[in-house]
Design a binder for this molecule. Structure first.
Ligand code: HEC
Ligand code: HEC
Length: 418
């Protein structure tokens, strides 16, 4: 009896000791000395792939031979802020892309000559993307720049008018970069207002020009876009607290030195990587795969639904300023993105370009028509999984608790440049 009782006691003590040892071991592995989370080797590799240190040099743009010419960037910068390039003399690119807001405007819709029911996108790092705008209707930034210039709701100008403004105010700079301007003094040949725009007299004046003169104007117009694009290539992302955190991790996934992220932010990062499935679209150092996805974002009340990528594909193919067009500097074989573009599939209808999450805490409101005012609203949308009335919803409900949702939101704040 006694010996039996003894052995039971020994077993109990042994069991407790083993249990305690196991507990200590796990605690040591999960919460290293000095606090902070431990990441597995694979997780460390993923975290490093999200860090700005992993961002390579800008891809070349063979369709724009002045893409990396500093003189073109300097001219582009001046045009970017110049309100003379608009129908009412009051709108510039910076009206909707404000440097102090990471080149967004803080409004749901863009406001220029009128109101365009789309949300102005951040231009920081956008030159890395092969497709421009929410639906990717342009395959370069120079072709993209030409759209707002002629849109009656944005700059509301026209091609010959822009060429005349260049001749009057920027002739020296322009000609040093692109060569001689056409003889714009002849207003019979080059009317003050002409272009294929939503303005009857300008559209008729454009039709009445000779094909050669239209071509000469198109060339100046394209070059304005190329200078703007050269400037946009200088707008690059800067390191955020998140990047410092990743840099502080050793190879065993332990943060060294002073804590950089809070426990909540780290928990949010973990949700971002696994249960949130965010990484499947928001990956790489800019937190975007530059592709198009249907995430069941509701339309703006009172406006028709944006059809997204399905329209973008059609528009970029028809665009005379695309990589394969007459105004591109690229040989056709260099237009890889356009030639091998995905033109069918069930994610085209309602598909929008995955936006960067860098600086996202300072670029509200969110989504292609600014549907969501706050990051909490965005997280709530993902958590519910959304419901789409067009195309195929790629999301599934996440089932995060309120606390987890708050942690995921907290993580997004760590992506703001310091
Ligand atoms: C009236 C507001 C407004 C003005 C003016 C404006 N934009 Fe935008 N910008 C927007 C909106 C809205 C979008 C999204 C458009 C879309 O999806 O079709 C956008 C998208 C872009 C993008 C795409 C970024 C990306 O990541 O895909 C670029 C580049 C851009 N604009 C550059 C410019 C330039 C250059 C100018 C001046 C020539 C300009 N914008 C003038 C509102 C504006
Ligand atoms: C299937 C691809 C996909 C997944 C998964 C995904 N996103 Fe997105 N995300 C997008 C697309 C596409 C948009 C733009 C949608 C639109 O405007 O209609 C977007 C927009 C956003 C925005 C708004 C950014 C802005 O500037 O407007 C935030 C924030 C965001 N996502 C965070 C997340 C988080 C957090 C997760 C994980 C819970 C996540 N996303 C999962 C593709 C995805």
């Amino acid at each position: 009896m006694i010996s039996n009782h003894r052995s039971q006691q020994t077993k109990l003590i042994l069991g407790l000791a083993v249990g305690l040892a196991l507990l200590l071991l796990t605690a040591w592995a999960v919460v290293p000395i000095g606090g902070g989370a431990t990441w597995s080797e694979e997780e460390v590799a993923v975290l490093r792939s999200l860090s700005l240190d992993a961002l390579g040099p800008l891809p070349p743009d063979p369709s724009n031979r002045v893409a990396d010419d500093p003189a073109a960037a300097a001219l582009g910068e001046r045009i970017f802020f110049d309100t003379r390039f608009s129908g009412n003399g009051a709108v510039s690119c910076a009206s909707c892309h404000k440097p102090e807001r990471h080149f967004t405007d803080g409004r749901p819709f863009g406001v220029g000559m009128g109101v365009i029911p789309l949300n102005a996108m951040s231009l920081v790092g956008a030159s890395y993307s092969p497709w421009q705008t929410w639906d990717g209707k342009n395959d370069s930034q120079w072709a993209q720049a030409l759209i707002p210039l002629e849109n009656p709701l944005e700059h509301g100008g026209n091609r010959t008018r822009f060429a005349h403004i260049i001749a009057e105010h920027y002739a020296t700079e322009y000609e040093a970069i692109f060569g001689a301007l056409p003889d714009l003094a002849d207003q019979q040949r080059f009317p003050l207002n002409a272009g294929p725009v939503d303005n009857v007299s300008a559209a008729i004046a454009w039709e009445n020009m000779t094909p050669d003169d239209r071509d000469a104007i198109n060339r100046v117009f394209a070059n304005i876009g190329k200078a703007l694009a050269a400037y946009e290539r200088t707008l690059l992302p800067k390191p955020a607290r998140f990047d410092r955190y990743v840099a502080s991790l050793d190879d065993r996934g332990r943060a060294q030195g002073e804590p950089i992220l809070s426990a909540d932010e780290i928990a949010g990062l973990r949700i971002f990587l696994d249960r949130g499935n965010c990484l499947s679209c928001h990956n790489g150092p800019r937190f975007t795969n530059d592709s198009f996805h249907n995430t069941a974002v509701p339309g703006a009340p009172g406006y028709p639904l944006q059809r997204g990528r399905i329209d973008g594909v059609m528009r970029v193919q028809r665009d005379i300023f695309n990589c394969l067009g007459a105004y591109s500097d690229a040989p056709p074989e260099a237009c890889v993105e356009l030639r091998f573009m995905v033109i069918e599939g069930d994610t085209l209808l309602g598909g929008m370009k995955t936006p960067t999450l860098r600086n996202v805490a300072e670029t509200a409101p969110y989504m292609h028509t600014g549907q969501f005012a706050t990051l909490a609203d965005v997280v709530e949308h993902y958590n519910g999984g959304g419901y789409t009335v067009q195309g195929h919803n790629e999301l599934a409900p996440l089932g995060l608790t309120e606390e987890e949702a708050r942690q995921l939101e907290a993580f997004l704040y760590t992506l703001t440049e310091e």
